[in-house]
Ligand binder design. Structure first.
Ligand SMILES: Cc1cc2nc3c(=O)[nH]c(=O)nc-3n(C[C@H](O)[C@H](O)[C@H](O)COP(=O)(O)O)c2cc1C
Length: 459
């Protein structure tokens, strides 16, 4: 069978993910796996229609498609996202329709679920017959049992094509909004009270809802607010995944474009950062994604500790739980307060005015009050993954991360928490005695509350 492999690594074939594909290719010599270096070649695919059509031709000719990608910042790399946008723009979706598809990623399992949900949703939108996702840890290939599972997964994919196995969809189609926002006059402005508010927006049409929403937000704030269009930020390309930044947070693009300077000089001092974008397919725009990927020159360092991060989004976010999770995860992993999201889904201009005005006031108030709500599983779980990775496997090459985590007490392993460890040991010893075991068992519920009750009484 002919299988088209859409390689999402910006590193082209010098990629961990590609080794998984090469391993599958070796184990199934009867099938022809054609590797298409989508992310690595994205600029060519954008400029040269023949090159793009060549990829589409390979998909057309194939019996099945493997979406093979590394995780990049909660999703696929911006280059891969751009390719997905181009499938729609260039009306090439027909080539994918009815094809069997599966997805394989390599990563450290940080928000691999959201990336796979996204690709699955795209396959459903393209009317593909999706079998199964496979989210490998980047080092799974070293393990006998994990290789066995990988072979089984690939075998099942090929068998599904051969047997024309039935498949089902995971996601309903996204229904676009039909609403033109007409902002009303501003009744009262919000004083920024010294808080620096920075908006990074993707605006390509000044008459779009997103442009009007952003302008409303900006105009409601009296001073101290700055608006940047991500289209004007000098980025010569997406993150290359080269890890040249890992020692000292200097991007390989330094001297070639001005992204590093822009980020360090314009964005880093924000008290409130607002990202504003339309929804394109099931995410924001690939340009916004490029900005987030390029921030990776700071590796795994949280970039907005104690600050505010919010979003202005035009489009049906309510239908995209996966994207909602990413937005919240992005804020929490930055160690910022997730200030919230305003969208135009209410479909009523006066109501949207009020939502934006309220959001602007909240941003300033939260910032002034240094209000940072506790993180959810997204931030708490994500931190633990990063902490463990930077401590061991990624300590080299991510030297700058290691230094930052050490200096900021981010290696907060529970084994260092002597209070709980010692207490648990004492109690474990105590309950070896059957009488004590029965007594303690009866007391657990009430004893557990004593500390909390004391706080309620005294604070
Ligand atoms: C810019 C960048 C962003 C990344 N973001 C994530 C991420 O969000 N989640 C994750 O688990 N791994 C992330 N990784 C790790 C890669 O997914 C992982 O190393 C992968 O195996 C690289 O595959 P490749 O060599 O095929 O490009 C990131 C790596 C880079 C360079």
């Amino acid at each position: 069978m002919k299988i088209a492999v859409l390689n999402g690594s910006p590193k082209g074939e010098i990629s961990v993910t590609v080794q998984y594909i090469k391993f599958i290719r070796k184990k199934f010599p009867q099938h022809e796996l054609t590797l298409l270096n989508i992310s690595h070649e994205i600029q060519k695919l954008e400029k040269d229609d023949k090159a793009f059509q060549n990829v589409i031709g390979e998909v057309e000719k194939s019996d099945g498609v493997i979406w093979a990608f590394p995780l990049y910042v909660f999703l696929v790399a911006s280059q891969y996202k751009r390719f997905i946008e181009m499938i729609g723009e260039k009306k090439a979706a027909g080539a994918f329709k009815g094809k069997y598809a599966c997805a394989i990623s390599t990563s450290i399992h940080f928000f691999d679920n959201t990336a796979h949900n996204y690709i699955r949703g795209i396959c459903d939108d393209l009317d593909m017959r999706f079998t199964e996702s496979f989210s490998a840890d980047m080092d799974d290939l070293f393990d006998d049992e994990k290789r066995r599972i990988l072979i089984k997964w690939a075998a099942d994919f090929f068998a599904a094509i051969e047997n024309k196995s039935p498949t089902s969809k995971a996601y309903a189609p996204v229904v676009p909004l039909k609403f033109s926002y007409q902002p009303g006059s501003i009744k009262s402005r919000v004083d920024c009270r010294g808080q620096k508010v920075k908006i990074l927006a993707d605006i390509t049409d000044n008459n779009s809802n997103i442009a009007r929403m952003v302008n409303r937000f900006k105009d409601v704030l009296q001073d101290g607010v700055q608006l940047y269009n991500v289209r004007d930020v000098d980025m010569k390309g997406g993150c290359l995944g080269c890890m040249q930044c890992a020692f000292d947070n200097v991007c390989v693009y330094k001297g070639k474009d001005k992204f590093m300077e822009f980020f360090n000089e314009e964005m880093q001092d924000a008290d409130v950062t607002i990202f504003a974008s339309e929804i394109r397919d099931r995410f924001l725009t690939s340009r916004m994604k490029m900005f987030w990927d390029r921030r990776f020159f700071y590796g795994h360092i949280p970039l907005n500790i104690g600050k505010q991060i919010g979003f202005i989004v035009s489009g049906p976010l309510g239908q995209l739980a996966n994207l909602q999770e990413i937005l919240q995860g992005l804020a929490e992993m930055s160690e910022a307060n997730f200030t919230g999201v305003v969208t135009d889904e209410c479909g009523d201009s006066a109501q949207l005015d009020a939502l934006i005005d309220g959001f602007a006031a909240r941003c300033v108030d939260y910032s002034e009050q240094k209000y940072v709500r506790p993180s959810t599983f997204l931030g708490v779980g994500g931190h633990k993954i990063f902490r463990d990775q930077i401590w061991a496997r990624l300590r080299f090459p991510f030297q700058a991360d290691y230094k930052f985590y050490t200096e900021h007490g981010m290696f907060d392993f529970p084994q260092d928490d002597k209070r709980y460890v010692d207490f648990s040991q004492q109690m474990t010893n105590m309950i070896q005695n059957p009488v004590m075991r029965a007594t303690v068992r009866k007391m657990i519920k009430t004893e557990m509350l004593k500390g909390y009750q004391k706080v309620v009484e005294t604070k």
